[in-house]
Write a protein that binds this ligand. Sequence first.
Ligand SMILES: [Zn+2]
Length: 327
Amino acid sequence: MDDTQLPWHDALWRQLQQRRAANRLPHALLLAGPAGLGKLTFARRLARALLCASPDVGGDACGQCRSCRLFQAGTHPDYSPVQPAEDGKVIKIDQIRDLCAFLGYTPQYGGYKIALLEPADRLNVNAANSLLKTLEEPPGNCLLLLVTAQPARLPATVRSRCQVILFSPPTADITMPWLKARVAGGLDAVALLETAGGAPLAALTYADGERWRRRRELADGYEQVMTGRLDPIRAVESWTQGDLAENLRWLVSWQIDVIRLKMSSHPPRLSNPDLRSLLRGWAERQAPRLLFDRLDAALRLHTLCVTTQVRADLLLEAFLGDVAGEQ
Ligand SMILES: [Zn+2]
């Protein structure tokens, strides 16, 4: 099994292969679900397999034929991946026009023409409208793969023309053997997986010591802001370092855990079991009402920072200033 064959994809993969065998693959698939489940890996695996000249019995690419070698080299003429030109920016109409032209040409290898859009929710309005025409009248041999963790941000007109493949966090019996084989000894795979909301690939990125350390530093710094030992303006710096969206997801998950700890001395589930004693301290210090307000504020902060161009440092400054002022 190679790295693209993730055990929690098995059932979805088999379903698609059955449809392929019955010649019932649609022209557009929307791969949706939380981050860290390997949707993009799945989409690439599918594209590669459909372009392969002699797939194996499970439907996977052979890895040997000319198509496979071109795919691996990133030069397959019948495959076109589309991403925002810059990180965090949008997919523009020019990119979609080029893509639609590409899909209209005859395939060079006589099989599929495949486009992969990721993250598809970054299509701007004009680009989405331009894509719609191709979705309404797709060339016979084309397949569009749209990958997104936020399907609700796609126009309904685009969504409704795709068949949705929904990815959900797998159960621990599928994930844990895979994860344990990949994290270094000494790291708590259960805590990693819980913190990642059950998403195995996210858990694996947390196994990178640097991230795990940054998360702990943020939690300690947040505690210091709460207790008046750290100036919120100075604290902002550490929040904007690294992956801002991830930092804010952590913040949200702490606030949720704090509420769980406020409601019960032994909550059945915590997303951050390793931070239990720190979070319990936060829970004890605050009235329930304030904890819910702060969760709302953290969610708003996350949404604004991830989906708009508003300056994150200013938003964080206001949020942390409120936190410091509430004590
Ligand atoms: Zn092949």
